[in-house]
Ligand binder design. Sequence first.
Ligand SMILES: [Zn+2]
Length: 275
Amino acid sequence: MPGSSYFSTIRVVSYPGFPYHHQRTLKPKTPLLSVIIVFMLDTLAPWPPEYTVRKSKRAKYIRLSVSAKGVEVVLPHACAYREADTMLQSKREWVQDQLRRFASEKPIIQDTELNDVFLRAVDQLWTIHYVADAKRTRLLQRENSTLVLFGDIEDKQRCQALVIDWIKKRAKQILIPWLTELSLEHDLPFNDVTIRGQSTRWGSCSSEKNINLNYKLLFLPERLVEHILLHELCHTKHMDHSERFWNRLQQLDPHCDLMEKQSRRAQKYVPRWVE
Ligand SMILES: [Zn+2]
C-alpha cells in the first residue's frame, strides 16, 4: 500500500481529448466476488467526488490530481472554472480508480503538533521554528516563509495563540482586498468588513451590509473561499436565502450547489490545533 504522500497526477498537454495510460482494470476471480468487490469499490468512490479547483498563474495546462487529500484541478489563469468540471467528467474512470486506491488509506491527517501553517487559500506554506530563550514568548515573521517562536516554547497554548494572532493578521491582509475586489467586480457594495474566529460560520452579513469573515477561511481551497465571499456579498442584496438570493448567487458562481455542499464539509481543512 503506498504511503499517504503518494500522489497521482494527469497533465493535459493538449486539451480536450488526450490519451492517458493510468487506467487499471479490476479482474476478480469469480463473478460473485466480482459483484461484491465492484459494489464495495463504488461505495468507496462515489460520483461525482468532492473536489477542489485552483487557478494558477504558472500553470500552462489543466492539471488533474488525486492524492490522499482528495481530487484537485489546477487551471491556467485564463481558463473558465467550468473547464474543471469537463475535465473531471472526461477522466471519470481514472479518477475513480485513483480514489479507490486512496480510500483504504487514512483520511487527511492534520497535525496536532504545530510545525507548519498551510494557508491553502493562497497556497502558502509557513514553517515554524522554535528558539528557546528567557524572554517573553513572541513570534517573528521571516521573509523565507518562516515563523520563529522565541521564549518559553514549552508553553504550547501561548505558542498557538501567537500563531493564531498572526493568521488573523494575514486574514485581514488577504481577505479584505479579496472581498473588495469581488464587490467591485460584481457591483455588490458592502459597508464594512471584520475578521473574526467564529466556530460555526465561515461568514455572515448584517442588514447594514456589514460583513464578517472567519479567519479560518485561509485554510480552505481558494475556489471555496471565493464562493463564500460571493455568498456574503449576495446578502447585501437579499438578506435571506430566498429563491432570488440563490438565483443571484448561481449567476455569479455556476457551481453554486457543489460549493455550498463543500462549504458545509470544509471544517476538515482547518488544522486541529486551531480549534
Ligand atoms: Zn447565507
